[in-house]
Design a protein around this ligand. Structure first.
Ligand SMILES: [Mg+2]
Length: 251
């Protein structure tokens, strides 16, 4: 049997940048009876609280079964019962020089491609410590606006094309709905899964992963290519259905 159920966040367990539903919170409460749960996403630690942790009402025993991997696993948090808080296990941050350079290049490249927003909702370039993220409409544009902005990824591919040569030694990845993530090379969700395995003595076969971007080029694809059993969903309700079926099969 699998030991860990691992999940992408946006469009896998929640609408993009939104809190999980009551139904999903209940499903997590139930699967935590039998499984550890890992969430891995490009989002930062604060978003993990807003979208996931703040929506749960769990015993300490269950909280201890949760593994938070924000910014694609470049940070890792576990619940510390004594402190009644989340404790950082490690953080692999970019240097200040790297982050400044990335922010400059991304602004330049987006302007050159014609996709620098005049009236963004929230930050366009966000420093997530181990990752810098460009968001085409700003971080906090509505989900509806985000889904409509670049469904075929062409805008972001155009920006990426310009930025690539100017950021040697860094990975520039089209991710999420409107975003481009810049990290050190080799940082993807497979890297995060390797970190999770190393920290907990797990094998690939111990993990079942759920994601909505499992096709080649998608930000969940590296997990599948790495050899972890993966279930592709298109919206959070698919995942809720799977979790509810798992729970009723075990009972
Ligand atoms: Mg997703």
């Amino acid at each position: 049997m699998k030991k860990v159920l691992a999940f992408d966040m946006d469009d896998t367990i929640a609408i993009t940048k939104s809190p999980i539903s009551d139904r999903m919170a209940e499903a997590f409460n139930n699967v935590l009876d039998n499984f550890d749960v890992c969430i891995i996403s490009g989002g930062n630690y604060n978003l993990f609280h807003k979208q996931f942790i703040d929506r749960l009402d769990l015993t300490a025993e269950k909280l201890k079964r949760i593994h938070l991997m924000p910014t694609t696993g470049t940070r890792y948090y576990r619940y510390d019962e004594a402190a009644n808080d989340w404790a950082m296990q490690y953080a692999e941050d970019l240097s200040d020089e790297e982050k400044t350079k990335i922010a400059e290049v991304m602004e330049e490249s987006a302007k050159q491609a014609g996709y620098w927003p005049e009236n963004p909702t929230g930050e366009v370039i966000e420093d997530r410590d181990s990752q810098v993220t460009y968001s085409g409409l700003g971080q906090y544009a509505t989900a509806e606006a985000k889904y409509a902005w670049d469904p075929d990824r062409k805008k972001r591919m155009a920006i990426r094309e310009i930025a690539l040569d100017k950021l040697p030694g860094l990975e520039v990845r089209v991710a999420g709905t409107t975003s481009i993530d810049i990290t050190r090379p080799g940082i993807d969700k497979a890297y995060g899964m390797q970190k999770l395995m190393d920290a907990n003595g797990l094998e690939k076969s111990d993990i079942l992963f759920f994601g909505d971007k499992l096709q080649e080029g998608g930000n969940d694809y590296p997990v599948k290519a790495f050899g972890i059993d993966s279930i592709e969903v298109t919206r959070w309700e698919d995942t809720a259905n799977c979790l509810e079926a798992i729970v009723s099969a075990i009972k």
